[in-house]
Design a protein around this ligand. Structure first.
Ligand SMILES: Nc1ncnc2c1ncn2[C@@H]1O[C@H](COP(=O)(O)OP(=O)(O)OP(=O)(O)O)[C@@H](O)[C@H]1O
Ligand SMILES: [Mg+2]
Length: 177
């Protein structure tokens, strides 16, 4: 499967990428449920991208970071979103007590910050998103892990705003300071 790397120059580029993903989600059947992992250090922009996604699906209010609640539900959206932040999860087993299996039902989308903390209990993702601070902005790597994930990436790329949100990084950025 093909991955894609984007350059997000500022916060609004991160929000817009979340909106682009929201549009992609609207266009695919969510089948048995869709799982999206958001990787990245503290302050990398995971909640910012989530906010763009959740508001892009029509949520009018604020998007709270689920740092203390572990999960914030947006059940009224289509598709319904469950926004997790597992940073403060003590043990992956706690996810079982929270009823993780009830969240991942047909039609639902689970958006998970700090998915590493739920290793062993969380199902594998359809899409891995990795945000990395670089200079004043962020790089974003989008990696499809399933056929549904690949369709989501394809739908993102089909949208006009995609290139404007983040230009592909040059191939040779590894030697940059
Ligand atoms: N592309 C970007 N360029 C520069 N700043 C950005 C970009 N995207 C987001 N930010 C900024 O990064 C900061 C932290 O973002 P955010 O809270 O989304 O991080 P997070 O990854 O969810 O962190 P945590 O792990 O603590 O939950 C915010 O101030 C936001 O404005
Ligand atoms: Mg966050």
């Amino acid at each position: 499967m093909t991955e894609r790397v984007l350059w997000l120059a500022d916060e609004s580029a991160t929000v817009n990428t979340g909106k682009t993903l929201a549009n992609a989600l609207k266009s695919v059947p969510s089948g048995p449920g869709i799982v999206i992992f958001l990787h990245g250090t503290l302050g990398a922009g995971k909640t910012t991208l989530s906010r763009g996604l959740i508001q892009g699906l029509g949520h009018q209010g604020a998007v709270k970071s689920p740092t203390y609640t572990l999960v914030e539900p947006y059940e009224q959206l289509e598709p319904a979103i469950w926004h997790f932040d597992l940073y403060r999860l003590g043990d992956p087993e706690e996810l079982e007590f929270m009823g993780i299996r009830d969240y991942l039902t047909p039609g639902n989308v689970c958006l998970v910050e700090w998915p590493e903390r739920g290793a062993g209990i969380l199902p594998g993702p359809d899409l891995d998103l990795t945000l990395t601070p670089e200079g004043d902005g962020r790089s974003l790597v989008i990696e499809p892990r399933t056929a549904v994930g690949q369709v989501l990436l394809d739908r993102m790329q089909e949208q006009n705003g995609f290139a404007a949100d983040g230009q592909p990084l040059p191939e040779d950025r590894t030697d940059q300071d």
